[in-house]
Design a protein around this ligand. Structure first.
Ligand code: TRP
Length: 336
C-alpha cells in the first residue's frame, strides 16, 4: 500500500500585538519559543494590527510599532522563508472569516470572556464592539490557517477555548471544515514578573518604567533597572517561598543563561544582592545583544522590511485561499 505523507509537519499559529516594544517577559515567555518551534513545525506568526485598534492608538505610533515589531521578529532569528511572518491586516481574509464566524458565536459566550470584562473596565470610555468581538477575530486567525497548535499564555487560554468551540460548532453544522486547535504549552516558559512588584506580571502598560525591561533597552538602562529591582530584606540568594523578588531575578537569570537554579544558587553563594542584580542585568543585556544589533541594521532598511512584509502577506494569502472558499461554499454563498 502506498502512503503519501505530503504534510508531515504540524501547523502552528500565533500572534503578537504591535503595541509597545516587547519586554523581556514577552521575549522569554513567547517570542523565544516561536524561534524554537520553527524547525519542527510549519509556523505562521502574525503581527496582529487589527486586534490592536480595539483600544485607541496613535496612527503614526502604531505604524512605527508595526514596522518595529516585524523587524524584531526577523532580528530575533525567525526565518521568513521557512516560516510565514506577516502583518495580519495584509491578509484581508482574517477580517472576512471573522465576520462569518461572528455569526456562529453567541453574545453570551463573548460576554463571559474575562479579558473583555477587564479591558472594558480599563477603557470604560471606549467599550467598542471590536473589543467585544476580539476573540472571534482571534479564532479566525487560528482557524484560517488550520492550525493544530497555538502557543499562548494563560491569559489567552479562554480565547483559544472559544476558538475550539467555534470550530467544533461549525464542523458539526457543515462537516469537517476546520482543524480544532490545541494549546501548545511549553515546558520551559518562564513567567516573568514586574521588577517593581514581584506579585504582578511584567506588563507593557505599567506606568513605572523601572518595572519592565524592553528588549531594546541599552545595557546601562537594563543594569540600572535590575539594580533597582524590589527584593527583600534577607541576604541569601536562593529560590524559596516568600522571596518573590529574588525568585523572579533567579528565573530571569536562568532563562538568560540556561543555568539551573541550583547552579545559580551555588554561583552566588555568599555574594550580596547588589552583585547578583548586576549579574542579572549583564546576562540579560548579553542575551539581547545579537538581536538588538541585527534590529538596528534592519530598521534602517525600509525596503528590506517592506519586501519581507510582501513575502509574508503573499504566503499568508496563499495559505488561506482554500479554507475561506470552502467556508463560503459550506454556508451557502455563491462561489465564483
Ligand atoms: N490575543 C493575543 C494577545 O493579545 C494575540 C493574538 C491574536 C493571538 N490572534 C492570535 C495569539 C492567534 C495566538 C493566536 O496576546
Amino acid at each position: 500500500m502506498k502512503q503519501i505523507n505530503n504534510n508531515p509537519k504540524k501547523k502552528i499559529f500565533s500572534g503578537i500585538q504591535p503595541t509597545n516594544t516587547p519586554h523581556i517577559g514577552n521575549y522569554l515567555g513567547a517570542m523565544k519559543n516561536w524561534l524554537k518551534l520553527q524547525d519542527e513545525y510549519e509556523c505562521t506568526y502574525s503581527i496582529v494590527d487589527l486586534h490592536s485598534i480595539t483600544v485607541r492608538q496613535d496612527p503614526a505610533k502604531l505604524r512605527k510599532q508595526i514596522m518595529e515589531s516585524f523587524a524584531l521578529l526577523i532580528a530575533m532569528g525567525l526565518d521568513p522563508e521557512k516560516s510565514t511572518v506577516f502583518v495580519q491586516g495584509h491578509n484581508p481574509r482574517h477580517a472576512e472569516l471573522s465576520w462569518i464566524l461572528s455569526c456562529y458565536t453567541q453574545f453570551g459566550e463573548l460576554s463571559r470572556m474575562t479579558q473583555f470584562k477587564d479591558k472594558s473596565k480599563k477603557n470604560s470610555d471606549n467599550i467598542n464592539a471590536g473589543l467585544f468581538t476580539y476573540p472571534v477575530l482571534m479564532a479566525a486567525d487560528i482557524l484560517l490557517y488550520q492550525a493544530d497548535l497555538v502557543p499562548v499564555g494563560i491569559d489567552q487560554k479562554q480565547h483559544l477555548e472559544l476558538a475550539r468551540n467555534i470550530a467544533v460548532r461549525f464542523n458539526n453544522a457543515y462537516g469537517e471544515t476546520f482543524t480544532v486547535p490545541e494549546p501548545y504549552i511549553s515546558k520551559s516558559t518562564a513567567k516573568i514578573m514586574s521588577l517593581q512588584d514581584p506579585f504582578a506580571k511584567m506588563s507593557k502598560s505599567d506606568e513605572n518604567p523601572n518595572s519592565s525591561v524592553s528588549v531594546l533597552d541599552d545595557r546601562d538602562t537594563i543594569i540600572r533597572k535590575f539594580k533597582r529591582a524590589v527584593t527583600d530584606s534577607d541576604k541569601e540568594i536562593c529560590y524559596k517561598e516568600g522571596k518573590d523578588g529574588i525568585n523572579n531575578l533567579i528565573s530571569i537569570y536562568s532563562a538568560a543563561t540556561d543555568k539551573s537554579i541550583e547552579q545559580i544558587e551555588k554561583e552566588f553563594d555568599g555574594k550580596g544582592y547588589g552583585d547578583f542584580k548586576i549579574a542579572v542585568g549583564e546576562a540579560v543585556s548579553d542575551m539581547l545583544k545579537p538581536m538588538q544589533e541585527r534590529f538596528k541594521e534592519i530598521i534602517k532598511d525600509k525596503k528590506y522590511i517592506n519586501d519581507l512584509m510582501i513575502l509574508g502577506a503573499e504566503k499568508a494569502q496563499r495559505a488561506t485561499f482554500k479554507t475561506l472558499k470552502k467556508v463560503h461554499k459550506r454556508v451557502g454563498f455563491v462561489v465564483l
